[in-house]
Design a protein around this ligand. Structure first.
Ligand SMILES: C[S@@+](CC[C@H](N)C(=O)[O-])C[C@H]1O[C@@H](n2cnc3c(N)ncnc32)[C@H](O)[C@@H]1O
Length: 214
């Protein structure tokens, strides 16, 4: 199935299936040295019925408060297999299934919180994905994001531009995106925003207005 920007979804799924076994080892490095406490920052603000989009291997699972009802989707069955193992190890109940962030298989206004971490850099059409997150959020519901974004330093931006020459054709990984702009344009109220590490990491808490349409 092609995505809205023409990228081949099957090819991306195979990419993430192939990289699933090495993902946790690689991500551990970035969690420790670049992303800081972003997983705890995001998950601690989740309440009620929570959807995590592109949940990957479930690296956020341990950070959710007890009592949230968690649903997770991802494009890659191999990433989801690892997430299922984590769910069992943690003794939690999580509804995990295969799904595409561009067209979420949930009715309008079904969740109190939508979470997405370090995936809007990898989802082909990030604006469409954020529009879908907005659709499935209840009015007044909260969007929680963390990702690596375009740096505020020109030198780092030059490096990111070079990196993308390799990473976009290889696995669809973008380094110069800014989800905040789409979140703002889609009518969310930004409640909290933090940016650090040369402006490369940004995390957001935003609210879907209570009076808005789906
Ligand atoms: C860099 S990993 C991040 C995983 C996880 N969110 C984390 O914080 O560690 C990117 C994830 O996005 C998923 N992904 C990419 N495109 C997707 C799409 N269109 N729909 C759903 N998941 C997608 C990949 O399968 C992969 O698991």
């Amino acid at each position: 199935m092609p995505t809205t920007d023409g990228t081949d979804t099957g090819r991306l799924r195979r990419y993430w299936d192939k990289h699933a076994p090495a993902y946790d080892r690689q991500m551990q490095f970035f969690d420790r040295h670049l992303f800081g406490d972003s997983r705890a920052w995001v998950c601690s603000q989740a309440t009620g019925d929570v959807l995590e989009v592109a949940i990957g291997t479930g690296r956020n699972l341990a950070f959710y408060p007890e009592g949230v009802r968690l649903t997770g989707i991802d494009l890659s069955p191999a990433m989801l297999d690892i997430a299922r193992r984590r769910v069992r190890q943690l003794g939690r109940t999580v509804d995990l299934s295969e799904g595409d962030a561009h067209a979420l298989a949930f009715p309008d206004a079904s969740f109190d919180t939508v979470v997405c971490t370090f995936s809007l850099c990898a989802i082909p059409d990030e604006r469409q994905a954020i529009a879908e997150m907005r659709r499935v959020l209840r009015p007044g519901g909260r969007l929680l994001l963390a990702d690596h974004i375009v740096s505020s330093s020109w030198l780092a931006r030059a490096g990111q531009r070079l990196l993308e020459l390799v990473t976009i054709p290889l696995g669809g990984e973008h380094f110069r995106r800014r989800p905040l702009e789409h979140v703002h344009a889609l009518g969310f109220e930004i409640q909290r925003q933090e940016r650090f590490k040369l402006g490369i990491v940004e995390r957001l808490a935003a609210r879907k207005p209570a009076a808005s349409s789906a």
